[in-house]
Ligand binder design. Structure first.
Ligand code: SAH
Ligand code: SF4
Length: 380
């Protein structure tokens, strides 16, 4: 790759090995990569002039050919329960959302990977919106950078850090934006950057099997898979990519990924509770059977309605009855709680704004669900 192009290279999105390559390509020593990665991701510095262990001539050179440019924050909402939501503008003018959810000694940042999504799951507002663009790695890690900077601490400081976990559960399907997602997750886990352990970075996918098959070659982050149905017939309707990669194929791919992990971790299945659609006792029993062949946890997510949806959320009692059946069979099953209602981040659907002059100018899109502990929808 040539870094000597007219457009400035955004160093924010380069992983440590990519930064080392960058410096070697401009005739500098490899160790400059580690220096810059620390300045950016541990000190939050974006101005080369402040990087005082670089020579003046190198700083000048960098000013000419490179930049450190995060997305632009256009709005921040603060919930009384501590949940925070940022609206950020990305290249092209669209906006994405990033949500922070504190929960005891854990603080989860929910990060977006695309503006919109092409997979069209029937209960997902982002899917209904269609695909707008893939985020660059600078726009993905930029969400972590800006949130970490807001909290004023290097998140590597395990004693005091505010962000303890990152989940790729914001807007978009991360496995359809493979390389930028992998580079930015590498930075999340890079000791010289954010230093999160591989158990604290989670990728959530609706089941893009060929990409999942490749994932294990390049990373070992925690895996969440959006299941939502106990059989192919129903999943074909709710999660259309299932028609291409049905449950048998998907489960094999998940098993392979788990087999490649060195520490016996399990997959987390996400299951959005839709009234009268996937929440009966029989379906709980069918689901129990389906998932018993794999090392997993199950997370039940109350559906977050959005304008125009045909679905409703299952009642609280129905969700607990469904959970009980699976618990009785020995599964680990949690129900996601709602947070940040007062800032429309609570019941966790993220919203972004799409700059698409042709069709959807200025329209808000609702995104999905947020994290281990949040769910909901943003209504505007
Ligand atoms: N595209 C990826 C990651 C983002 S979606 C995926 O599908 O896994 C994050 C989670 O939110 C997924 O489990 C998704 O199915 C769920 N979700 C989407 N729309 C929702 C809604 N309206 N209510 C509750 N959960 C929803
Ligand atoms: Fe895309 Fe995930 Fe929404 Fe499905 S649930 S449309 S994969 S963002």
């Amino acid at each position: 790759m040539s870094f000597e192009s007219i457009e400035k290279v955004n160093l924010l999105g380069l992983s440590l090995p990519q930064l080392e390559d960058f410096f070697v390509s401009i005739g500098e020593k490899k160790f400059r990569g580690a220096q810059i990665v620390k300045w950016i991701h541990q000190q939050g510095v974006t101005n080369f002039e402040e990087m005082n262990n670089l020579s003046k001539s190198l700083r000048e050179r960098l000013n000419q050919i490179a930049e450190v440019r995060p997305p632009k924050i256009t709005f921040r909402g603060d919930s009384i329960d501590g949940t925070k939501k940022w609206l950020m503008e990305v290249d092209g003018g669209s906006s994405i959302e990033t949500v922070y959810i504190p929960d005891g000694d854990r603080g989860t940042l929910c990060v977006s990977s695309q503006v919109g999504c092409s997979l069209d799951c029937s209960f997902c507002a982002t899917g209904k919106q269609g695909f707008n663009k893939n985020l660059t790695s600078a726009e993905i890690i930029g969400q972590v950078f800006l949130a970490a900077k807001y909290f004023g601490l290097p998140i590597k400081d395990t004693q005091r850090r505010a962000i303890t976990n990152v989940v790729m559960m914001g807007m978009g399907e991360p496995l359809l934006n493979f390389d930028p997602v992998v580079s930015s997750m590498a930075l999340m886990m890079e000791d010289q950057a954010y230093g999160l352990s591989k158990r604290r970075v989670t990728l959530s996918t609706s089941g893009v099997v060929p990409a999942l098959d490749r994932l294990g070659d390049v990373t070992d982050v925690a895996l969440a898979v959006s299941l939502h149905a106990p059989n192919d017939l129903l999943r074909n309707q709710l999660v259309p990519i299932n028609r291409k990669y049905p449950l048998l194929v998907l489960f094999n791919s998940i098993r392979n990924y788990l087999d490649g992990l060195s520490d016996g971790r399990s997959v987390t299945f996400e299951y959005t509770m839709l009234k009268g659609i996937n929440d009966s006792d029989d379906q709980a029993r069918e689901l129990s059977k389906l998932i018993s062949s794999i090392r997993c946890k199950l997370n039940l997510i109350p559906f977050n309605p959005f304008p125009g949806t045909q679905y409703e959320v299952s009642s609280r009692n129905r969700i607990y009855a469904f959970q009980r059946i699976l618990l009785n069979d020995g599964h680990i099953v949690t129900v996601r709680k709602t947070r940040g209602d007062d800032i429309d981040a609570a019941c966790g659907q993220l919203a972004g704004q799409v700059a698409d002059k042709t069709k959807r100018a200025g329209r808000y899109i609702a995104l999905r669900d947020v994290s281990q502990s949040v769910d909901g929808v943003v209504h505007r």
